[in-house]
Structure formats: C-alpha cells, structure tokens
Design a protein around this ligand. Structure first.
Ligand SMILES: [Zn+2]
Length: 124
C-alpha cells in the first residue's frame, strides 16, 4: 500500500515523500514464526543421535530457529519505491528501500545528504 513518509535531515529539516509499504498480516507472521520455532525444536532433538554433531546441534538449531522466529514476529515491514523531495537539496529523488527500522538512514543520490525515512502513520 502507498504510504506517506517523512524525510528528515540530521538538522531536523524535513520534507514529505511517498513509498510502497508492505507488511505480512499478523496471523501470517505468527504462523510462520511458530512453524520455524517448532521445526527447529524437532530438528534439534533429532540431531541428538548424530555422533559428534550432538555436542552443538541440539542447542544451536533451536537457538538459531528461535532468533529467526523472533525476527519474523517483530517484522516492521518493508519500504520500496521511496520518492520525495530531498530535505537537503530539495530535488525530487528516489531513495533505496528496505526493511523498516528506526532510524532508517538513506543517502540522497543527488547531494549525498543522509536522510532519515519515517513512515508517517505506522500500522498498529
Ligand atoms: Zn539531496
């Protein structure tokens, strides 16, 4: 979906932009995270029977699975096609998208100014 963005310079000057925002539905995230967590537990238990590997795989696989499941649950969505007037040089530019994070620093392709991209109305 199309979202309004705030493009902010380090000195606080800001301008408006738009970007394509995508986030998986909460139910889909919970399902995926549960699958990853459950599967890593099963694989971890199964690896107890592998000689030598049983020293580290039984705890390493569930730990990695748990970390990945947590990252799936805390997904804040992704932005693409980020466009707007750069608050530095005021030119209409396109910034690189990526995972939504706070702060989300992107460099202006025209003037090289670091710009913090913020989604105006974050989804609940
Ligand atoms: Zn610029």
């Amino acid at each position: 979906m199309r979202k309004e963005l705030i493009l902010r310079r380090r000195n606080g000057e800001s301008s408006n932009g738009f970007g394509e925002f995508q986030i998986p539905a909460p139910a889909a995230r919970v399902t995926k995270a549960s699958l990853v967590g459950g599967l890593s537990l099963i694989l971890g238990i199964g690896s107890i029977f592998i000689p030598i590997a049983h020293f580290f795989l039984p705890w390493m696989i569930p730990l990695a699975g748990g970390i990945y499941a947590y990252s799936l649950l805390s997904d804040k969505g992704t932005l693409s096609d980020v466009r707007g007037a750069c608050p530095g040089c005021t030119k209409e530019v396109e910034f690189t998208g990526g995972n939504v994070e706070r702060p989300m620093w992107r460099r202006c392709p025209q003037c090289g100014e670091p710009v913090d991209v913020e989604v105006k109305a974050p989804p609940a």
